[in-house]
Design a protein around this ligand. Structure first.
Ligand SMILES: NC(=O)c1ccc[n+]([C@@H]2O[C@H](COP(=O)([O-])OP(=O)(O)OC[C@H]3O[C@@H](n4cnc5c(N)ncnc54)[C@H](OP(=O)(O)O)[C@@H]3O)[C@@H](O)[C@H]2O)c1
Length: 337
């Protein structure tokens, strides 16, 4: 029964994404002005150039749970749920990315260090060839590895080459590395100017001071910060700090991470809310991320799980349920970096 519900939901999701895409393609300029923040387009709005020249913009990121997108401070629209590819082999990765796209997912997260950018590129090309989606509808994130910070311009070109893309929607620095992360970020800024990257951001910056160190030394405000974030480590302080920059938080390990998911799935608060909604623990946790304003990129090698994870738009957690889930925070990370 649950599986049937998931399939029906996914079809609805797919239809809604298709409808949005069709709308995007056919929109007259008048229609575009009537809904500037809610289209699925990954085209920047007119504030894009301003925000690139104006590092300290004060816009707060707006999550739209109808379209499943958020408008980044770079002016580009980004899906708020997608697929992570950490620890996926080439064949698993290609299969997972293809199925995510098939089921209506449009956000893919990879990294140079995962060794699967080429597999991501192959799956995207296959989905485009089969008419599942267009390049413009897909949002691809990759990350610059710390060992590449001294050769950042070449690292950007190499990721583009491996992905088989002529632009990357979002590139982020993989970790804080004070000795040379500013130079690496500046290379990403140049790549934005050159049209190779659309948005840029950071990953694994865990204190406001460290985040500000990078921001104060660079020009383009990070569009996004990707940190370990889940029910037991909710990143509340960093999220509050990001508000002044209009920078959105993205959760890695949204389900607790491979090998640790049962800890969160079996949490009794999660289980009781899942039963109340006739949803799985994974769906409750992912819906919590979205309603809390966190972009979520659950990793999976299993197409059934991918479909389930994308099917979180047909129910809503009440304020009381959100409060119970928020109360689970214990500032406990599962990774040690
Ligand atoms: N910036 C960083 O330093 C950093 C670090 C780690 C991860 N990341 C990114 O964040 C993404 C997410 O993190 P993650 O993949 O490590 O951990 P995760 O998404 O928290 O958990 C992945 C685990 O959840 C399982 N799973 C997924 N959906 C499920 C479902 N519906 N039901 C049951 N099990 C389910 C997966 O198993 P199956 O394969 O069986 O579905 C896998 O074991 C990564 O893939 C990567 O893109 C970034």
């Amino acid at each position: 029964m649950k599986k049937l519900t998931v399939i029906v939901t996914a079809l609805a999701l797919l239809l809604s994404f298709t409808a949005c895409s069709a709308l995007e393609g056919n929109q007259s300029s008048q229609e575009q002005t009537s809904q500037p923040e809610t289209s699925l387009s990954s085209t920047p709005d007119t504030s894009a150039e301003d925000s690139m020249q104006e590092p300290s913009n004060n816009e707060t990121a707006q999550f739209n749970l109808e379209t499943g997108t958020v408008l980044l401070n770079s002016g580009y629209e980004m899906p708020i749920i997608g697929l992570g590819t950490f620890q996926l082999s080439d064949s698993e990765c290609e299969n997972s990315v293809y199925h995510a796209l098939l089921y209506g997912g449009r956000l893919i997260d990879t990294a140079r260090i995962y060794g699967n950018e080429e597999a991501v590129g192959r799956a995207i090309q296959r989905a485009i060839d089969e008419g599942i989606c267009t390049r413009e509808e897909i949002f691809v994130t990759t990350k610059m590895w710390t060992a590449d910070y001294d050769n950042a311009d070449a690292a950007i070109d190499a990721s583009l080459e491996r992905l088989g893309l002529d632009y990357i929607d979002l590139m982020i620095l993989h970790h804080s590395q004070p000795e040379n992360d500013v130079e690496a970020y500046q290379a990403m800024e140049r790549a934005v100017e050159d049209g190779k990257l659309r948005s840029i951001g950071l990953s694994n910056y865990y204190t406001p001071e460290d985040f500000d160190r990078l921001v104060n030394a660079t020009t383009i405000t990070p569009a996004l910060l990707q940190n370990e974030t889940h029910l037991y480590h909710q990143s509340t302080q960093m999220k509050e700090h990001l508000e002044q920059y209009g920078t959105v938080l993205e959760s890695w390990f949204p389900l607790g991470g491979r090998g640790q998911t049962q800890i969160l799935f079996n949490d009794e608060t999660v289980v009781s809310i899942a039963e109340a909604h006739d949803k799985t623990s994974a769906q409750i946790i992912l819906r919590w991320h979205l309603q809390a304003g966190n972009i979520a990129i659950p990793g999976s090698s299993n197409p059934d799980h991918i479909l389930e994870n994308l099917s979180v738009f047909d129910f809503e957690l009440s304020q009381e349920e959100m409060d119970r889930l928020t109360a689970l925070d214990r500032n406990e990370r599962f990774a040690d970096y």
